[in-house]
Design a protein around this ligand. Structure first.
Ligand code: SF4
Length: 320
């Protein structure tokens, strides 16, 4: 419990990162589930967590969404939605074979990476995917091309030891939610070994991931502790904790919501940083601020960062 001198809780400066929280791809995916339930009636089946946030998933469950691991858990005739992370080509193919009605909530910025993979493959290049093994987005991207057409690279060491069959005929693509700085280093290592490697002008890391990391770099050097609201399986949220520590925060922790805060972390902290990953709703930020206000005399400084006005349309079937 924080000491209270003369009845007033001690002061705490809160540096609020901006932008933070929901991105356009997450907003679109949630909207697709909501509109599908309204149009086709509950239940609608959603393959995998629509976005990596329990709070969002549980709210959609209450509205009538049923989350399933694989398509065989959806009954015949069901309406099925694929998550924002994207799916291997085999998944819509299986849905068509079973004559399921499906909607694809894959973020358009992930679909863009899928299209790049196709284009390079069509041009006869072997594709290097920079990303994290096991993440659903990586599984989805690997599944755009036949087995063996893509090599996954996770680290600089991987880039230094990778032995392609045809070093002059390579291209790289990236997961959208990586650390901007770490990815630059991996791309630089690839370019040193394979100067002709084709790739996007900038990496495929999306605007939302980039902007949230930039905002984090502005607050972290001043913060004794940085809290990031996000799920442990949310790639962009976990990266924000890493970026905070690299950028100079003395400590940083990932929390799913206010109840996860261990208040002993705040002992001796005078300046606290706060951000939220791209799948965390602002409501959870408000909840953390309310919990802080109960314990501290809070002064809030919100940083100014990139302004975001990106929006994505929902599929045509839901637009009317
Ligand atoms: S984090 Fe980026 S790629 Fe992922 S859903 Fe959001 S905008 Fe799309």
């Amino acid at each position: 419990m924080e000491s209270i001198a003369e009845g007033k809780p001690r002061p705490l400066t809160l540096l609020l990162a901006s932008p933070r929280g929901f991105c356009a791809g997450v907003e679109r995916a949630i909207r697709i589930v909501e509109l599908s339930i309204a149009k086709y009636g509950a239940p609608v089946y959603v393959r995998h967590e629509i976005v990596h946030n329990r709070f969002v998933v549980e709210r959609l469950e209450r509205l009538g969404a049923v989350f399933i691991d694989e398509l065989d858990m959806a009954p015949d005739g069901a309406c099925v939605i694929f998550s924002a992370h994207g799916v291997p080509k085999s998944v819509p193919a299986e849905a068509r074979r079973r004559k399921l009605f499906y909607l694809n909530a894959t973020c358009p910025l992930v679909s863009k990476v899928h299209a790049e993979a196709e284009r390079h493959f069509g041009a006869g290049r072997h594709v290097v995917l920079i990303g994290h093994e096991g993440h659903p987005e990586v599984e989805g991207t690997l599944g755009q091309l036949p087995d063996g057409a893509i090599t996954l690279i996770q680290t600089i060491a991987d880039a230094q030891t990778f032995q392609p069959a045809d070093p002059a005929n390579l291209a790289f693509i990236t997961q959208t939610t990586l650390s901007v700085d770490d990815t630059h280093e991996i791309v630089a290592a690839l370019r040193r070994r394979f100067p002709e490697i084709a790739g996007p002008h900038r990496e495929d890391i999306c605007y939302a991931t980039t902007n949230r990391q930039e905002a984090m770099k502005r607050i972290a050097p001043r913060a004794d502790l940085v809290l990031v609201i996000g799920a442990p399986n949310s790639s962009n949220s976990v990266r924000l904790v890493e970026v905070a520590l690299k950028a100079g925060a003395r400590n940083s922790a990932l929390i799913q919501r206010a109840a996860d805060i261990d208040w002993s972390w705040l002992e001796g902290v005078e300046t606290l940083g706060l951000s939220a990953g791209a799948s965390a709703p602002e409501l959870l930020v408000d909840e953390v601020i309310a919990a802080l206000r109960e314990r501290f005399t809070l002064s809030i400084e919100e940083t100014t960062g990139a302004s975001e006005d990106v929006t994505f349309n929902v599929p045509r079937a839901l637009a009317s």
